[in-house]
Write a protein that binds this ligand. Structure first.
Ligand code: 6PG
Length: 474
């Protein structure tokens, strides 16, 4: 292939995400090469734009079709496949070339790969890509981390293909080593929490307020037109209007109540627990997805513990929905705040050099958790880049305080009526503990020392102490 015909960018993995991202790059004026083991995918993609897309099923030919330094992005399933593709690439790339992992890889794997490739003289970028199919095609939010010099090389391309918010691209260098994949993982944790919260509002609107599907559509539409505006509420609104051709009911009502998960939410909870940093809304959201899979067991339990959902619990739906909006706002803020707090904490331990304001900024568009509230989040960190927790920002503090009556009503009503809304309940419990100067953890210290001589610390005294609790009681 002649030098002038070579591609600026190479994509490995021509599934939905890979081919859409490649087409996005081509739309922005670059020639691209695509590689996949499936000849059908390669041919189909080639046909879309034979002048600007070169397709390959041979790794060496694919790599030879790229300009130097070669930029290769992998969009393949996370896990061992990433390692085997890297090995294949090492055999054909030159030192100084750039490998980008654009999948949802676990950050621990990214750290390992970064070190391995650095030792071998290759540049590695672990990059979170969010926005699903449509985002990849029209403008995703991208979270690259790792080799900063390599990022400078790919920055012009990524900047062009990203979504734009007020003229700013939704891509930025996140930080050292696995920072990009860590940030994307936390994004997904927040995604799990927001989805769980929305599904709990569905439960209450349906069983507590007895709303019909079109009425629920109206509620989500109204909420999405206000300060709760978010991509996830927007698609929820549309789900509540979607019927298959010829059907008289929502497709939603035919869908099984067992939710799948690829694991990024679980990783977020695991990472938070490793750092001793509480993110209970995300934890409960992961757990409730897991519980959804126990259909048979839940069915049995529903027979022995029939619930009391039958009673309608408000005569004034409109008023109640306005108060629910406050509850949702409160819990949503808490979900973002917990995710951001995890990033703050991880930054201390992992020395990523994260800029939380920048993260909020690039999440405002393109990604799944994009929302109006991220404008406030961005503003909060812009005002105070050292902000430890979003609850402590003045503006957020004020609107959170105003929402407290709404969340208290919501949580007490679901408890009274036997409707499950654990993520809402946890958001309130977390808040009430968060704003408690003296938690009852002194009792836990005493208990640990009582049964296990684990020692305790005393107010106003240095050191650790132990008491022989039983002997001292005699
Ligand atoms: C995104 C999404 C995406 C994720 C899916 C499925 O930002 O575009 O987070 O990366 O893979 O949402 O995730 P689960 O299978 O874990 O629900």
């Amino acid at each position: 292939m002649k030098e002038e015909n070579k591609s600026a960018f190479g994509m490995i993995g021509l599934g939905t995400m890979g081919s859409n991202l490649l087409l996005n790059i081509v739309d922005n004026g670059y020639t691209c090469s695509g590689y996949d083991i499936s000849p059908d995918k390669v041919v189909a993609l080639n046909l879309l734009n034979p002048d600007a897309i070169h397709g390959f099923t041979d790794m060496k030919e694919f790599v030879m079709s790229l300009n130097s330094p070669k930029i290769v992005m992998m969009l393949v399933p996370a896990g061992p496949i990433v390692d085997s593709v890297i090995e294949e690439l090492l055999a054909v790339l030159d030192k100084g070339d750039i490998i980008i992992d654009g999948g949802n890889s676990h950050f621990v794997d990214t750290d390992r790969r970064f070190k391995y490739l650095e030792e071998k003289g290759f540049h590695f970028i672990g990059m979170g890509v969010s926005g699903g199919e449509e985002g990849a095609r029209k403008g995703p939010s991208m979270m690259p981390g790792g080799d900063k010099d390599a990022y400078k090389v790919v920055k012009p391309i990524l900047t062009k293909i990203a979504a734009q918010v007020n003229g700013d691209p939704t891509v930025a260098y996140m930080g050292e080593r696995s920072a990009g994949h860590f940030v994307k993982m936390v994004h997904n944790g927040i995604e799990y929490a927001l989805m769980q919260l929305i599904s709990e509002t569905y439960e209450v609107l349906k069983h507590g307020l007895k709303l019909s599907d079109p009425e629920m559509h109206e509620v989500y539409k109204k909420w999405n037109d206000g300060r709760l505006q978010s991509y996830l509420l927007e698609i929820t609104r549309d789900i509540f209007a979607f019927k298959n051709d010829g059907e008289d009911h929502l497709l939603l009502n035919d869908i099984k109540d067992e939710a799948k998960a690829k694991g990024t939410g679980k990783w977020t909870s695991q990472a938070a627990m490793d750092l001793n940093l509480p993110i209970p809304i995300i934890d409960i959201s992961v757990s409730m997805r897991d519980l959804s899979k126990y259909k048979e067991l839940r069915t049995k339990a529903s027979e022995v513990f029939p619930n009391a959902k039958a009673e309608k619990y408000s005569d004034d739906n409109e008023k109640y929905i306005a108060s629910m909006e406050e509850a949702f706002y409160f819990a949503m803020v808490s979900a973002y705040a917990q995710g951001m707090h995890l990033l703050f904490r991880a930054n201390e331990d992992y020395k990523y050099n994260l800029d939380l304001g920048m993260i909020a900024k690039i999440w405002r568009g393109g990604c799944i958790i994009r929302s109006e509230f991220l404008e406030d989040t961005y503003a909060a960190y812009k005002k105070n880049p050292e902000l430890q927790h979003l609850f402590l920002d003045d503006k957020i503090h004020k609107s959170l305080v105003k929402s407290i009556p709404g969340i208290r009503t919501f949580v007490s009503d679901v408890a009274k009526h036997g409707i499950a809304a654990p993520a809402f309940s946890v958001s309130l419990g977390y808040f009430d503990n968060f704003r408690t100067e003296n938690m009852p953890a002194n009792l836990i210290q005493a208990q640990r020392d009582f049964f296990g001589a684990h020692t305790y610390e005393l107010k106003g005294k240095n050191g650790v102490f132990h008491t022989d609790w039983e002997a001292d009681n005699i």
